[in-house]
Design a protein around this ligand. Sequence first.
Ligand SMILES: [Mg+2]
Length: 171
Amino acid sequence: MMKQVLVDMDGVLADVYSQFSRLELGETGTVIDIESLYGKLESEAFPNYEKHVRSTNFFRTAPVIPDSVGGLKYLNEKYNVLIVSSATEFPDSLKEKVEWLNEHFPFIKWQQIILCGTKNSIKGDIMIDDHPKNLDYFEGKKILFSQPHNMYMVKDDCTRVNTWQDIINIL
Ligand SMILES: [Mg+2]
């Protein structure tokens, strides 16, 4: 039986930091240096976080993380892939996230998409996520995808990856 891999969306497939930066630039004209945001959650890093994350099309128009299309295609042929995203905090995001996946990752079937609240009860063999709070509850292999907010975290029970190429190299 193929191993089950849980793949997060925001910060692993969807480049939300770029999306927030783009919207912040449009809102205030401020260019945000991503490296200056290391160690800060999105809600701490972006002054207009609440407004933008709840705005129409925020999730629908998010840029794709580099190499994630090819990387997910690779995983999808080798593993039982499930896309697991905490989406219900932002109710409007559910439709947008499904449409976004259909556009960028058309090889992912609807049966593979789990939009949920917390991820604590979701089971699998391997989990790829950028938030340690999600990985902490997981019982399988934990892969921490680098994002500005987790750059300074040391997590001995996680394997850190910086790119999708890193994921392909280890899975
Ligand atoms: Mg995430």
